[in-house]
Design a protein around this ligand. Structure first.
Ligand SMILES: NC(=O)c1ccc[n+]([C@@H]2O[C@H](COP(=O)([O-])OP(=O)(O)OC[C@H]3O[C@@H](n4cnc5c(N)ncnc54)[C@H](O)[C@@H]3O)[C@@H](O)[C@H]2O)c1
Length: 445
């Protein structure tokens, strides 16, 4: 079978996650070029993958202006930098694997789908959870008809309090004008899963939510300084303390017992996330402390320039009348997703957490509960990162385009996220078909 070559645009956290697949499967795939402006990341990725010096670039434009260097390109740049490199790569003749969200605006998402159609290239979006064991099990159980007709679906994206503080208060996804609404940034995966698992189009949608907590008037003390390292009077008792999270790693230690609190949370331990983000992977305490004293991650969570919500609820109805709710919030004790699907013949309950991964099916007639423990859920995205890469690479090797994570499929979930944000802001109920037609430029589109 054909051996696949790849070029990476954006050698950050996600780029390295996909790089791992190539290191684990050298017989299938090899990275032969990289574009990354931060020299230390570029060199680290290039050295690990054995990329020749002439194929290391400081910007995606330098890579793409060359004749094609690989079979496909992975675009793993920050959210606001997805569209130009993805479109340019498609136009340069590459198949593309693009990180989620596809784009920060709906017209740009539509433009990406059009660019793939125009160039005849494959554009896949990194909806890795479709490849996780856990959600595959849920999908298969629903498809088998074992639950009967689906009546209600309740899905929760429980963002851990330290992840919320790291990404959506202090970090890259804190402001809508620099990234996107949180319901898109955090939940396009969840809306994608719901679209896939429920298997029907949604007809109506409404949403509520707000930035409830991470604002100046929620500060627990009148004298909290702009940075946690500036002598904060309540630092020791604040769950969001930057030294507590990044230096002491309190979220991963039980303060009371001094033992590991979340033993399943191995991927963060292994890769050092989120601490690794602060000083380009330099994990020395002095480098982390310097980053806290000078960079964005040392700021008090009550004195940041964040404006994205910290909770949002989306209610949707399908064509056949199933009611679906998605609750997203950033105040969870641990990271993970929980769900409950009630059908006319059985109820499914699922927990996709770092500490517990379980699916239970309660059969109405038999009065019996079957507990299903999917395999591999203790690794990154429940095995989804590797599963996605395997499918992408296999598609390139065999010349097959997987519809599972195509840009067209991703557009459906992204569209729901933009509709949810509009519904939240306007207090309206959205007619999804009309919203879709307007976005795509015509009725029934
Ligand atoms: N699929 C998932 O489950 C998942 C999970 C987390 C993040 N993401 C998404 O992945 C993307 C990357 O996230 P990350 O956490 O790796 O971010 P990151 O900041 O660690 O990495 C992005 C990299 O892109 C580089 N970059 C910036 N400008 C560039 C340019 N002109 N040319 C080439 N590279 C450039 C940055 O220097 C950085 O190293 C984001 O869109 C994020 O939302 C997806």
């Amino acid at each position: 079978m054909k051996h696949v070559t790849l070029a990476l645009i954006g050698a950050g956290d996600r780029g390295f996650a996909y790089g791992k697949y190539a290191l684990d499967h050298p017989d299938e795939v090899r990275f032969v070029a990289v574009a990354e402006p931060v020299a230390v990341r570029r060199d680290r990725f290039a050295a690990a993958q054995g990329i020749a010096a002439e194929n290391r670039f400081a910007d995606w434009r330098d890579l793409l202006e060359r004749p094609p260097l690989a079979d496909a390109v992975i675009v793993a740049t920050p959210d606001r930098l997805h569209v130009p490199p993805a479109v340019a790569a498609l136009e340069a003749g590459y198949d593309v694997l693009l990180e989620k969200p596809m784009a920060n605006t709906l017209p740009e998402c539509v433009a990406l789908v059009h660019a793939a159609q125009r160039t005849g290239r494959s554009l896949q979006v990194c909806h890795v959870l479709r490849y996780s064991d856990f959600f595959n099990q849920v999908y298969r159980i629903v498809q088998s008809g074992r639950l009967g007709e689906l009546v209600t679906v309740e899905h929760r994206e429980n963002v851990a309090y330290y992840h919320m503080a790291h990404s959506f208060v202090r970090g890259n996804w804190r402001r809508q004008d620099e990234s996107s609404p949180m319901i898109l940034a955090k939940c396009c995966h969840d809306l994608d899963l719901l679209t896939w698992i429920v298997g029907e189009r949604f007809t109506r949608l409404s949403s509520v939510g707000s930035l409830r907590h991470f604002r100046a008037n929620s500060a627990p003390h009148p004298d909290v300084p702009p940075r946690c390292t500036d002598g904060c009077p309540v630092e020791a008792e604040c769950p969001f303390s930057a030294p507590g999270i990044y230096l002491e790693r309190r979220p991963w230690r039980s303060i009371a017992q001094g033992v590991d609190r979340v033993p399943y949370y191995d991927f963060s331990m292994e890769r050092g996330w989120p601490v690794s983000v602060l000083a380009h992977g330099d994990m020395r305490p002095e480098a982390i402390r310097h980053a806290l004293e000078t960079g964005p991650y040392g700021r008090c969570v009550y004195h940041c320039d964040n404006d994205v919500v910290d909770h949002q609820v989306v209610s949707m109805q399908t064509e056949s009348g199933t009611s679906v709710t998605l609750t997203m919030h950033g105040h969870s004790h641990e990271e993970g997703r929980t769900l409950r699907l009630d059908g006319t013949r059985a109820t499914l309950e699922g927990r996709f957490n770092h500490s517990q991964n379980v699916i239970m099916v309660h059969d109405h007639l038999a009065g019996r509960t079957e507990t299903v423990y999917p395999l591999g859920t203790h690794i990154v995205h429940g095995g989804g990162d590797a599963g996605l890469m395997q499918a992408f690479v296999q598609g390139l090797r065999e010349g097959i385009r997987s519809p599972l994570t195509s840009a067209e499929a991703a557009l459906d979930s992204h569209l729901l996220a933009f509709a949810a944000e509009q519904a939240r802001l306007d207090g309206t109920v959205i007619d999804v078909a009309a919203y879709r037609a307007a976005a795509l430029g015509g009725p029934g589109a």
